[in-house]
Design a protein around this ligand. Structure first.
Ligand SMILES: NC(=O)c1ccc[n+]([C@@H]2O[C@H](COP(=O)([O-])OP(=O)(O)OC[C@H]3O[C@@H](n4cnc5c(N)ncnc54)[C@H](O)[C@@H]3O)[C@@H](O)[C@H]2O)c1
Length: 349
């Protein structure tokens, strides 16, 4: 089977390019990346993968791509602050994420290639997430009542996606919609995996994106860290999904053209792999010694207090669930931070 991975030099794309050949025998991978992300240059070479340097925003850059059977779209500007933080423009964000998807879909249409789109938990409504009734238990927020789309396993596919969801979230939600339409209109399979926070070694973590990686690397380097917003106690919770677990799901989806299957699934580490920032700090102190964390009462735009993905539909649809424990993911990141003390400056250039 021939596969094109866009964003192949990014954290998810690179991990998938390394993992999938062992999971799908006979896989031929072509990679595509603009190397726009700081740090992506490090992943220029992956064994057995031919890298094509190009920009998804430019339709002509896709003309020279070979025909494939499946596309895994892992190229995006993946930060909720993208387009609003003054580092990149709003137009750039939309063009990378939405125009990029459009050009990819035209490519899929041309070659009748199936598409696996990496989407995000951040398509979930910020207003609805901020309105969840919470109490504090130990050092984390815990929802106290269930609302539509929320169970004791986390947020599922029926949770509200009403705006505001950030510019990033809206480019992904629009990409999902466009992908499903193209698949239906031009008869190719489309699967959308809405990922929670991805975490693992070699991630290009920043304060805005890749929080588990950023926090551990910054702790190791004794860089300033702050609990921001929500009372500034670090009670906000996320779950962590290791990209190798994502690879197992995608290996099952590749080659599958069963139109009866749900096309959008939530995937994440779930409650067992969830943690608050305060809990992460306790873990870091145990692993790497003490470090002071500052407090900033002023919240950040687009932030939410609690977001854990309920992967039940992915489990019943694809017989998939995460296997890598949170502890082992955190240890892996810490080991990488120890072995690469300059990582955080290289990927935050
Ligand atoms: N990292 C997470 O926690 C997370 C969570 C949920 C969903 N996702 C989704 O997973 C996908 C991959 O995220 P990631 O964490 O690997 O991001 P990343 O920034 O590490 O990798 C993205 C890659 O895409 C490339 N790229 C960006 N714009 C491009 C363009 N116009 N043309 C060609 N290449 C381009 C970048 O150079 C980079 O190598 C994204 O779609 C993101 O929305 C990520």
């Amino acid at each position: 089977m021939r596969v094109l991975i866009t964003g192949v030099c990014g954290f998810a794309g690179h991990s998938l390019a390394r993992q999938l050949p062992a999971l799908v025998p006979g896989l031929e991978i072509t990679g595509f990346d603009s190397l726009a992300r700081a740090g992506s240059e490090i992943n220029r070479r992956t064994n057995g993968v031919k890298l094509i340097h190009g920009d998804l925003r430019c339709a002509c850059d896709l003309e020279s791509l070979p025909a494939v059977d499946w596309v895994i779209d892992a190229a995006a500007q993946p930060s909720v602050m993208g387009g609003v933080d003054g580092k990149s423009s709003s137009r750039q964000m939309v063009e990378h994420n939405l125009l990029g998807t459009l050009n990819m879909l035209e490519y899929c249409k041309r070659h009748r290639a199936g598409l696996i789109l990496l989407s995000t938990s951040r398509v979930c409504s910020i207003v609805a997430l901020n309105a969840l009734p919470m109490h504090v238990k130990d050092s984390r927020f815990v929802p106290t009542a269930m609302v539509p789309g929320l169970s004791n396993k986390g947020v599922n596919e029926s949770f509200s996606t009403a705006t505001p969801i950030s510019l990033y979230g809206s480019t992904k939600l629009a990409s999902e919609s466009l992908a499903l339409e193209y698949g239906a209109a031009f008869d190719f399979p489309v699967y959308v995996n809405r990922c929670g926070v991805l975490a693992g070694a070699e991630q290009f973590g920043t304060a805005e994106q890749g929080i588990f990686s950023w926090w551990i690397h910054a702790w190791r380097a004794r860089l300033p860290l702050r609990y921001i917003g929500f009372g500034a106690e670090g009670l906000q919770v996320r779950d962590a999904l290791h990209p190798n677990d994502l690879a197992r799901l995608i290996a099952t989806q590749l080659g599958n053209n069963n139109t009866a299957k749900p096309q959008i699934v939530h995937i994440g580490g779930g409650m067992d792999r969830s943690m608050s920032l305060a809990e992460l700090s306790v873990w870091c102190a145990g692993a790497m010694g003490a470090h002071e964390v500052g407090r900033d009462e002023n919240g950040r735009p687009f932030d939410v207090p609690w977001l854990v993905m309920d992967s039940s539909l992915a489990t019943s649809t694809w017989d998939w669930q995460p296997e890598i424990s949170l502890e082992s993911t955190l240890e892996e990141i810490a080991r990488h931070a120890t072995n690469h003390p300059d990582w955080i400056t290289r990927v935050n250039a």
